[in-house]
Design a protein around this ligand. Structure first.
Ligand code: PSU
Ligand code: MN
Length: 305
């Protein structure tokens, strides 16, 4: 990618040159996954969490047709508050750059840009995946296919529970994307500590994750990602009964309104936050904070390796 397309902040460039830990952060969660004005405060807080652990945050977004790796305060504010900021998956990057457009990057676009910039560790809330109405809509997030061909470690609280979790796990297996449960034998359920589905591999320390990353590189082969599935702390999870009840309503409403494509995930997240009086938002944020902290610790272990 020519330098004119990819703009790295001074801080991120220096950290990479020193081989210091850097953590990539996505921006769709800020622009389209969280309500204003809380979203900007969260974006700043997440960067602070990375710094507290001793790593450098690199929030990724497209501004005026240029892909930024690391945002300053004013740029972060634009992502959070500017209505013209679109939602960009990997396939949207080229048209957005050509049009001089601005957009927040989803997991697929962020993972791609992070890997291109030489970053190896990335934190988000929950991955996209196979939607529950797949047989009718064929809606499967582009996150999965991109992770099948991008060498990056993604720390997440599993996949969003609005999805068909078993089908998404099956797709990750088919696509050859490794999944590690962090301190758990169960795949996390985003707002919930567990989705009820088992995972095949469990790790307990950042060093163990770094060892798996080294083994991936030693083996070579298809450049698949590594998913580190880190559950939300038990005390901060959403009440499972409330979750199931409100999610059923949300899915029903989404279908009735005929919401499709890129609008589905933001609609469902917002519906849950409103109908649980903000409880799902708090669980989402607790999960993201935990993921960002763990990603910073993994990037530190990786930088030492
Ligand atoms: N995690 C969150 N909130 C979010 C997302 C992840 O806690 O809003 C975003 C990510 O950017 C992910 C996107 O890539 O939701 C998935 O959207 P879709 O289902 O349209 O692919
Ligand atoms: Mn989709």
């Amino acid at each position: 990618m020519p330098d004119t397309a990819l703009l790295m902040s001074e801080e991120v460039r220096e950290a990479l040159e020193r081989r210091s830990p850097v953590v990539a952060l996505e921006s769709t969660i800020i622009a389209h996954g969280l309500p204003r004005p809380r979203n900007l405060r969260v974006a700043e807080e997440l960067e602070e969490v990375v710094r507290t652990v001793g790593a450098v945050p690199a929030t990724i977004a497209v501004l005026d047709g240029r892909a930024h790796i690391g945002l300053d305060k004013a740029q972060l504010e634009r992502v959070a508050n500017d209505d013209s900021v679109r939602k960009l998956g990997h396939r949207d990057l080229a048209p957005a750059l050509a049009a001089g457009a601005s957009g927040a990057t989803t997991v697929s676009a962020t993972a791609f840009l992070a890997a291109r910039a030489g970053l190896r560790v990335f934190a988000t809330g929950g991955l996209g995946g196979v939607h529950r109405e797949w047989t009718e809509t064929q809606d499967e997030s582009a996150d999965l296919a991109l992770l099948a061909r991008t060498r990056i470690t993604v720390v997440c609280a599993g996949v969003k529970s609005i999805l068909d979790v078993p089908a998404t796990l099956q797709r990750l297996e088919t696509l050859g994307v490794g999944v590690l449960g962090y301190g758990t034998g169960h795949f996390p359920g985003f707002y919930l500590r567990s989705s009820g589905e088992p995972v095949d591999w469990t790790v307990r320390t950042p060093g163990e994750v770094a060892a798996v990353m080294r083994a991936q590189d030693a083996l070579g082969g298809p450049e698949a990602a590594l998913v580190v599935a880190n559950p939300v702390p038990e005390a901060e999870q959403l009440d499972p009964a409330l979750h199931d009840r409100v999610l059923a309503e949300a899915l029903e409403e989404c279908g009735q309104r005929g919401i499709a494509g890129q609008g589905v995930t933001p609609f469902l997240l917002d519906y849950l936050a409103r109908k649980t009086d903000g409880a799902s938002l708090e669980a989402n944020l607790a999960a993201v904070r935990g993921n960002v902290r763990l990603a910073a610790r993994i990037s530190a272990a990786w930088a030492q390796a």
